[in-house]
Write a protein that binds this ligand. Sequence first.
Ligand code: ASP
Length: 300
Amino acid sequence: MPDDAIAAHNTGIHAALTAGWSALQRGGTAVDAVEAAITVMEDDDTFDAGRGSFLTRDGRVQLDALLMSGSDLRAGGVACVERLRNPIQAARLVLEKSPHVYFVGTGAERFATQHGMRLVDNTELIVPRERQRLMDFQIAEAAGHKDTTFSGKQNEKVSPSAQESHDTVGAVALDQYGNLAAGTSTGGTLSKAPGRVGDSSLIGCGCYADNLSAAVSLTGWGEPIMKLVLGKWAVDRVAAGATPQQAASDAIDYLYTRLGGHGGIILLGPDGSISLAHNTPRMSWGLATPEGLQQGVTRN
Ligand code: ASP
């Protein structure tokens, strides 16, 4: 996160915390709180989720999201949607109203409209900042200044610049009924190939929730996170006795040592213990508890 983006992140996270906390205060569930918090961040152009997301190689916004309930392991995922302002709300509909867990592309959009969501034009999700970012990236790529994974084959130890994957949003919550939930929403990585799905919306990769272990959401370069099924890896460590803080930092260490990946993780245990770890230069975070709201930017 560059210096000039910190204030906008703080504002966006404050609004998300307020929305999530109000949902809990009204007697809502952890799933309600996560959906509310992520909806606010999708609506905020600052983040790589909803409007304002990174663009695909061909200049479109293509969104992925997952929402998961830790009490019963119900989950809803959507990927490659181009006409939904709030993919996390579509994920909620999948979680609640479908026997299936995962919808992609136009099938996901059709499912969402059948349940009352409105389709928007893809251009409504695009902001000028991202057109410029894509153009700059593609010029640098053409000039050979980008060691990109997109055109080449997969490399076991690939660690592309954190500049090209950041600002995915995630939330985890614990409600008064003792239930956990997690959600993650993203526009993916900069200049991704159309149709590419990252870790964020895949169960156990960028998101997972189980009352018996923990709720987790991740951000970072999606391909290594997927290969390690890192979200599930982290919550399994909690189930095996690790503290949330240990599990979070072990997950980021494992991501780096095994595949050279970078990323960040938030993790919440069923007893309310929270943790955060990242190997990117910075990560912004927020926390709402009965004691009040806290937020900040951690640095490496
Ligand atoms: N994990 C996301 C993806 O690879 C990107 C991010 O977290 O910023 O799609």
